[in-house]
Design a protein. Structure first.
Length: 95
């Protein structure tokens, strides 16, 4: 299943975000290579990163939750886990 994930940071999480960013980017690129993360972007407000949005694809909701629970920004309490929005989607194929 494909999902849109919208994850806003906790207030004042910018410093934590920058500390864990390399681990997050590495993990994201690995999952992009496997096809689980289709695309990802930082959410920007007032020229500051305040969250992330991703298009992802996992077999089921359990696999999605497993990824989220192990995501570096979740583990480091950058993303406000309780407020993450997950919306099932069907993306237009590239070809």
């Amino acid at each position: 299943m494909q999902y849109l994930v919208i994850a806003y940071d906790y207030d004042d999480a910018l410093e934590k975000r920058l500390e864990v960013r390399d681990e997050h980017v590495k993990s994201t690129k690995e999952l992009m290579a496997k096809g689980n993360i289709i695309n990802a972007a930082a959410l920007i407000e007032d020229d500051k990163m305040v969250g992330s949005t991703l298009f992802v694809e996992f077999e089921n909701d359990d696999k999605l939750e497993e990824w989220l629970e192990n995501e570096p920004y979740v583990k480091a309490k950058v993303w406000n886990y309780e407020e993450i929005q997950i919306v099932p989607v069907k993306l237009l194929p590239k070809n």
